[in-house]
Ligand binder design. Structure first.
Ligand code: NAD
Ligand code: ZN
Length: 359
């Protein structure tokens, strides 16, 4: 069976395109539901971007904090807040939910838009195609590039027992606004870590057993742009990085990620290490699986003058180690993509522990 996957309905790309957001949203506002909810990374509080958010009467601005990656309890709390405010203002639902920020904020916006129309806790929907009712209209404005969250059909959440996305066609954004000017102010190291998420998506997709011409087309172009950005740094690097993120996301949409992501999920779940930096920490230790990719990654690190934390697993307990292995082993398609159908013979619990101990 070939995946018949959903893609983002509408996209705008260009420097300054954020200024078009008000016009883009106008037709989505209606009498039943005129209010937009802007879910915005609180790093922009008091920054120029705040003044550019096209807020109308009845709109709600929700500042979100992403010091921790999105948790299901946080999604539930934010959804209640939005629902209550809308009820108080006499509306059933908002006209739309707009996420402005990096992967974490975009994922929060996706999750809120889904949970406004689906009952219960977001933790009940971690998995594949468990969402039954379409979300309210939702749009993304990335301020960091690399995760591909702007194009993917998932919102990655940490729940009480697992770190797993709400994967569904309804998760995909209805609209994306790609304005390279918005990523210009990101801290250099964060820009690198998130950018490497894209580079690693490409390496894992292009070397995986699930590879096909579709994924290859997007993956090769995204990888080429990552190389330009992190090894040559041309003047239009932000434009290129933004498109690389998008293409990298398209590449894995029709293939899969691999060893690095599988191990990174365990690391994030147990130690709370963020996705971008976590991938970098893992990738640096798995040259056995991706020799060329890791060599080039190290060149990029050197060129960008990035150093990584060491010994992050040095102090963990046996129970934490077991949990990391559990979380990572659940991700069967990732292992199969990387190592083939017989992956269990190659990737034992002991081998995973050995790799984690090196980090
Ligand atoms: P992030 O959203 O977690 O943000 C990282 C840091 O950068 C935060 O402190 C944030 O406040 C700050 N920041 C963001 N934009 C900024 C800007 N322009 N200027 C200054 N600071 C800025 O980082 P990320 O790497 O984009 O996202 C990681 C998250 O994305 C993880 O939660 C991960 O699970 C998720 N993810 C989702 C998908 C998906 O398909 N849905 C894919 C990969 C990763
Ligand atoms: Zn990733």
């Amino acid at each position: 069976m070939f995946r018949n996957f959903k893609v983002v309905n509408r996209m705008v790309f260009g420097r300054g395109s954020f200024n078009q957001l008000d016009d883009i949203l106008a037709p989505k506002r209606n009498n039943n539901s005129p209010a937009m909810v802007f879910v915005v990374d609180d790093v922009f509080k008091g920054k120029p971007l705040e003044g550019l958010i096209p807020l109308h009467e009845n709109d709600l601005l929700v500042w979100v904090n992403v010091s921790h990656e999105p948790k299901t309890v946080y999604v539930d709390q934010l959804t209640d807040q939005v629902r209550q405010t809308m009820t108080d203002r006499g509306f059933k639902h908002p006209a739309g939910v707009i996420g402005i920020g990096g992967g974490s904020t975009m994922d929060l916006a996706k999750a809120i838009s889904l949970m406004l129309t689906n009952p219960g806790s977001s933790s009940e929907y971690q998995g594949w195609d468990l969402i039954k009712t379409p979300a309210v209209y939702h749009a993304a404005v990335p301020t960091l590039s690399g995760t591909g969250a702007e194009v993917s059909r998932t919102t990655v959440l940490t729940g009480p027992i697992k770190k797993l996305g709400i994967n569904s066609d309804y998760t995909v954004f209805d609209q994306v606004v790609l304005d390279p000017e918005l990523i210009a102010g990101a801290p250099r190291d964060q820009r690198f870590y998130t950018g490497m998420d894209c580079y690693i998506h490409c390496v894992e997709s292009l070397t995986g057993t699930y590879l096909n011409a579709f994924s290859q087309a997007y993956g090769e172009k995204a990888m080429e742009m990552c190389r330009e950005v992190f090894l040559q740094a041309p003047p239009d690097s932000d434009d290129k990085l933004m498109m690389a993120s998008f293409f990298g996301g398209m590449s894995i949409a029709y293939s899969q990620v691999g060893v690095c992501h599988a191990l990174c999920y365990g690391l994030s779940f147990v130690l709370g290490i963020h996705h971008g930096i976590g991938n970098c920490i893992v990738f640096d230790q798995i040259e056995e699986y991706y020799p060329e990719g890791v060599a080039e990654f190290r060149k990029m690190m050197e060129k960008q003058k990035i150093s990584l934390p060491r010994g992050v697993t040095a102090q963990i307990t046996d129970a934490q180690m077991e949990k990391m292995v559990d979380v990572s082993l659940v991700l069967e398609p990732l292992w199969e993509n990387a190592l083939g159908k017989e992956w269990r013979k190659k990737m034992t619990r002991e081998r995973i522990k050995e790799l984690y101990r090196k980090m």
